[in-house]
Write a protein that binds this ligand. Structure first.
Ligand code: HEM
Length: 400
């Protein structure tokens, strides 16, 4: 017989649901984590008419993903993403199905394959990442349209000859030339927006949080720098191919993502009723994986609020979505499509910052005084941007 019980949760008020229990906290991951401590790792909350089920246990995430991944693939409806119909073209918003599959395959094979990433690593080493705080979909889409037009003009009379550049826009435009591939310039515009939105704030905020944590723990910063010095030496800059030989740096990145996942809660919509742990999660509920809450759960981690990269040394845990304790990139078939690129960018940026400079806090600021508050937004950013002073090292001088 079928269970019909909803997961426990605060009793909803008519119309308003649980709006008040969520309190004034704009950082929803903190509000739901606080409530989950009272109602448990599977909790139902109502916001207006929308049933939300918050999942804060790795075992329950695993159970839901393994049994039901195919049935909860929709995202919530966000007005912002409707600009110029972005939700109809975006890989992040369309439901799984043929079009979503086609785009994922295109990204995997043409953009994020090891060969392509290897071929484009020079560009990343030179440019780094621009930090965008406000994202305006319409303006961005217009900007991408201009970029596409300019590039097409640069390609000149013979569009198949290419512009001589070897970046991802060139790959997309080449594909548009092959009719059988079925992609249009309009698709390309939305692909570029997806990649831009997916890549910028997530990676830049992770690097910022990693630097903050290291500056608050100078011994760990020194450990990371010593490893880089030993492996890279002097007289050359860090390359992506060095990352596999920097285990402490990798542990720093994982520990940063545990404490500061840029997407602290990952929402999906259920397409059928889901039965789990003797409860029913009704069709059309918003199922929210509480990555932030799990990252700081004392039942799962020793001293969860402390920054201890060492916990990941010689540990089986990885962040690829298979160990459900740590899934900053999501999990299942909708896992972050930019995972491989993100890994390269995060490690390269952090290693370069640590290799080229030593860093100290502004004069008069002690490690324990650094403001750690968060600012709500598309991703969780540091409320007060980090101010740190770079100190030239001999490697910097020899690279000049
Ligand atoms: C620190 C870096 C990053 C983190 C923590 C991160 C995290 C995530 C998460 C949690 C999701 C949702 C997964 C799910 O629903 O299970 C996601 C989806 C996505 N990410 Fe990332 N991401 C990062 C970097 C990137 C980069 C560099 C790109 C592209 C260049 C990217 C592109 C995307 C796209 C397009 C999706 C939507 C995939 C889909 O719905 O099928 N992300 N990411």
């Amino acid at each position: 017989h079928k269970p019909r019980k909803l997961p426990p949760g605060p009793s909803p008020l008519p119309i308003l649901g649980n709006l008040f229990q969520l309190g004034r906290e704009k950082l929803y991951h903190k509000a739901v984590t606080k409530l989950s401590k009272v109602y448990g790792p599977l909790m139902s909350v109502k916001l207006g008419n929308q049933m939300i089920v918050v999942v804060s246990s790795p075992n329950l995430v695993r159970e839901i993903c393994q049994k039901y991944d195919h049935t909860f693939y929709r995202r919530l409806d966000l007005d912002a993403s409707r600009a110029l119909d972005h939700h109809k073209f975006s890989i992040a918003w369309i439901p799984t199905g043929k079009k979503w599959n086609d785009i994922r395959r295109l990204f995997k094979e043409q953009i994020f394959s090891s060969e392509r990433l290897n071929a484009s690593q020079g560009i990343r080493q030179e440019k780094g990442i621009r930090h965008e705080t406000e994202v305006y979909f319409v303006k961005l889409l217009e900007a991408f349209e201009d970029i596409i037009t300019q590039r097409l003009q640069a390609r000149g009379a013979s569009p198949t000859s290419g512009s001589g550049k070897s970046d991802l826009l060139e790959v997309f435009l080449d594909l548009c030339q092959h009719r059988e591939a079925g992609w249009s310039y309009n698709d390309v515009k939305h692909f570029l927006l997806d990649l831009f939105l997916g890549a910028t704030d997530t990676t830049s905020s992770t690097v910022e949080w990693a630097m903050v944590e290291l500056l608050r723990s100078p011994d760990k910063k020194e450990k990371a720098r010593a490893e880089i010095r030993e492996v890279i030496g002097q007289g050359r800059s860090v390359k992506e191919s060095d990352i596999s030989r920097l285990p402490y740096l990798q542990a720093v990145v994982k520990e940063t993502l545990r404490l500061h996942p840029p997407a602290p809660i990952v929402p999906r919509k259920a397409d059928t009723d889901i039965e789990v742990d003797s409860y029913i999660l009704p069709k059309d509920s918003l199922i929210v994986f509480n990555l932030w809450g799990m990252g700081r759960d004392s039942n799962l981690w020793l001293n969860p609020d402390s920054f201890v990269p060492e916990r990941f040394l010689n540990s089986e845990s990885d962040d690829k979505g298979q160990h459900f304790k740590l899934t900053p990139f999501g999990t299942g078939r909708r896992i972050c499509v930019g995972y491989a690129l993100a890994q390269r960018m995060l490690h390269l940026m952090l290693a370069s910052l640590l290799h080229n400079f030593d860093w100290k806090l502004e004069d008069g600021i002690k490690p324990e005084d650094v403001d750690m508050s968060e600012r709500p937004g598309l991703t969780v950013q540091k409320a007060v941007p980090l101010m740190a002073i770079p100190i030239r090292t001999s490697i910097w001088k020899s690279l000049k």
